[in-house]
Design a protein around this ligand. Structure first.
Ligand code: A3P
Length: 285
């Protein structure tokens, strides 16, 4: 009922206001279940926990921010809307464990596509993004780097986010597809075919002969998406003095851009943090 909903929202807002808070990025973040969130998103995740029940044929696209969410949304939509009028995908940056009732993937029955990215490029992408959305003075690269390396960034620590979905993809390979941005950039057709199969919308032999996977890759390419009028103008969202323009989701779309912003020493430092955090998991980023 609306009363129950109002009371839940009130309770959640109250709970979020009591969480540990830390400043540094374009807005303060709150710590909830070992992850840092923008406050309204911590409230959001609590609602999701309480009331989100996916259908068994849903697909959740779960990505760390700046790892190519927009691209993955376009790929999954283009692939699945070959057959259906409505998209079947839902997008979520939510980390695994705060969301998960024990064994939620098995109990929900839906599919999850996860994509990660080289943390150095992800960090550089985030740094640019934060300075695009905020009207406050710019956050220096060095300061942002120290926060990110500590695990303090929206939906961070970055490594836990990746690691939890990685482990789930090993435990439930039919339900969780784990992809890497760099792999898809390198061999887009191969991965589009794999994604289509996972999404239950495989390409037929005839479609492959007709070059449909190549067409999906072309339609979702950085060049194509970033030049669409709808992605070049207008706002995605606005909260207080944070204004997010749609064009902020398209910057360069390249692998290895970090070298143009970070020192080699910073690169080595982040690599060694990742090695340490992911040790023994089989995941290499
Ligand atoms: P860069 O800032 O390195 O260019 P998200 O959508 O998760 O916020 O990720 C944004 C990153 O994905 C940005 O990275 C953006 O340029 C890149 N991106 C957006 N569309 C893309 C596409 N079609 N192909 C590859 N990268 C894309």
């Amino acid at each position: 009922t609306s009363e129950a909903l109002a009371s839940e929202i009130h309770g959640t807002t109250d709970l979020v206001s009591k969480l540990p808070t830390r400043e540094g990025w374009s807005e303060p973040l709150v710590l909830y279940k070992n992850y840092w969130f923008r406050p309204h998103l911590a409230a959001n995740i609590m609602h999701v926990q309480n009331s989100f029940k996916p259908r068994h044929d849903d697909t959740i696209l779960a990505l760390n921010p700046k790892c190519g969410t927009t691209w993955m949304k376009a790929l999954a939509f283009t692939i699945t809307s070959r057959f259906r009028e409505a998209p079947i995908s839902k997008t979520s940056h939510h980390p695994y464990s705060p969301l998960a009732a024990p064994n939620f993937i098995a109990s929900w029955g839906c599919r999850v596509v996860y994509m990660c990215r080289d943390p150095k490029d992800t960090f550089v992408s985030r740094w640019h993004f934060e300075n695009r959305v905020s009207r406050e003075p710019n956050i220096s690269l060095e300061y942002a780097f120290s926060m990110f390396s500590e695990g303090f960034s929206a939906y961070g620590p970055f490594w836990y986010h990746c690691l939890e979905y990685w482990k789930e993809s090993i435990a439930n390979p039919d339900k969780v597809l784990f992809l890497k941005y760099e792999d898809i950039i390198l061999e887009p057709v191969k991965y589009v075919i794999r994604l289509a199969t996972f999404l239950g919308a495989p390409f037929s032999t005839k479609e492959e002969e007709d070059g449909i996977p190549e067409e999906v890759v072309r339609l979702c390419s950085f060049e194509k998406l970033s030049n669409l009028q709808t992605n070049q103008t207008g706002e995605f969202s606005r909260r207080g003095n944070l204004v997010l323009e749609k064009s902020a989701f398209f910057r360069k779309g390249k692998v290895g851009d970090w070298v143009n912003h970070m020192s080699e020493e910073m690169g080595r430092k982040l690599d060694s943090i990742m090695d340490e955090k992911l040790k023994g998991s089989g995941l290499v980023l």
